[in-house]
Design a protein around this ligand. Structure first.
Ligand SMILES: C[S@@+](CC[C@H](N)C(=O)[O-])C[C@H]1O[C@@H](n2cnc3c(N)ncnc32)[C@H](O)[C@@H]1O
Length: 354
């Protein structure tokens, strides 16, 4: 389905004044490389891109479009240096607030924040808040299907109206059962333990107890802040942990958590471990089933294929999925042995061997 909020942003980009020499587009998780490649190639003004998803950056690079990958780190932008910042709002409030606050800092006086989204994403509230903070006037446009765009000018900030970004860049302690973690906004379920992952860890001892030889190497595929890695390391003496994710905030948090273990580790930014070499004794995965707002079947397939590729001949892989995800059926096409290790009213835990 066409993203009408994105269309509004593109129209505004195309109407840009050629005097705007410094333009930044902050890409959120709802956009695909296909959405963006055409935009940048036809941009009438020079455009810098920033995103927090490694797969998006990689796909853009394949289309010869440059984009920096970071946890929305604006530190390389000086104060008052950008003419226009384009932004289609993200799903998470703290991320949106962080981008708006940073927009004020980096925009030139009278520079423009061009922000768009759908009503059900809260875009009208974001526009009102940003307008109050930037304090330089606004021009609003309404598109189809309740999409909205505003061009907000930078005036003299009303500092009392700075948005609450939950101290976006800081890592903070989470207290989980028996283990402490740090985490931060900007990633899936950053401030809680995923119930599916908890279910996997509850049943991991059952698998470990059934093995003749304990695993030495672990691949944590889609590691988030590293819950599965740390919990697994507390249950079995691993020699090396490799944790990978495509989300920048997850990687920052996971790195910090793995530093607290005495196990050798690597945290790698990647799209579904595709560039990671080698095979592992144990692969643990709670795969995403939402990519942006769309249910992504191909992603489940990619997670399965990469697990198959990275599993030692005698290795073991565990996937936890919501009941309604047909992972077991798909796994049967790839793996020699597939069995349900445990099941409850919400989750299925699937054990795969090559
Ligand atoms: C359900 S969460 C599980 C997170 C973590 N393992 C846990 O147990 O809390 C799924 C994770 O997959 C990551 N992910 C989504 N798409 C990915 C991709 N293409 N490659 C690698 N990781 C991805 C998400 O960023 C998220 O951290």
């Amino acid at each position: 389905m066409t993203d009408l909020a994105l269309q509004l942003l593109i129209q505004t980009l195309h109407a840009s004044d050629s005097a705007a020499t410094s333009n930044l587009w902050v890409l959120d998780e709802n956009l695909t490389a296909a959405d963006i490649s055409g935009v940048t190639k036809r941009s009438p003004v020079p455009l810098t891109l920033m995103c927090n998803r490694f797969d998006l950056q990689q796909q853009l690079a394949q289309n010869k479009v440059e984009c920096t990958f970071s946890d929305f780190d604006f530190s390389k932008f000086e104060n008052n240096s950008v003419d226009q910042l384009f932004y289609r709002v993200s799903k998470e409030k703290a991320v949106v607030h962080h981008v708006i606050n940073q927009a004020y800092r980096i925009l030139k006086p009278e520079g423009k924040l061009i922000i768009a989204g759908y009503k059900n994403e809260g875009v009208k509230t974001y526009i009102d808040k940003a307008n109050k903070y930037l304090n330089g006037g606004s021009e609003k446009t309404k598109g189809g299907q309740s999409s909205h765009l505003a061009i907000l000018s930078k005036g003299t900030a009303d500092s009392s109206a700075r948005l609450d970004d939950k101290d976006y860049t800081s890592l903070r302690e989470l207290s989980q059962t028996g283990q402490s973690f740090v985490s931060k906004p900007g990633q899936f379920g950053w401030n809680k333990t995923d119930k599916g992952s908890e279910f996997l860890i509850q049943h991991l001892p059952e698998l470990l107890n059934s093995l003749h030889k304990q695993p030495e190497t672990l691949l944590d595929l889609g590691c988030g802040y590293g819950y599965l890695s740390l919990m697994a390391a507390s249950l079995t003496p691993l020699n090396k942990i490799t944790a990978t994710d495509n989300n920048a905030a997850a990687l920052v948090s996971c790195e910090q958590n793995l530093k607290s273990t005495d196990v050798e580790y690597q945290v790698i930014a990647d799209n579904c471990a595709q560039s990671i070499r080698g095979r592992f004794d144990l692969i643990l995965c709670n795969p995403p089933f939402h990519q942006g707002f769309a249910v992504e079947n191909d992603l489940t397939q990619l997670f399965l294929e990469q697990t198959h590729k990275h599993l030692h001949a005698k290795g073991n892989a565990l996937f936890v999925v919501n009941q309604f995800i047909p992972l077991e059926r798909k796994a049967n096409d790839l793996f020699e042995k597939v069995r349900v290790l445990a099941k409850n009213s919400s989750f299925t835990l699937i054990h795969c061997k090559r």
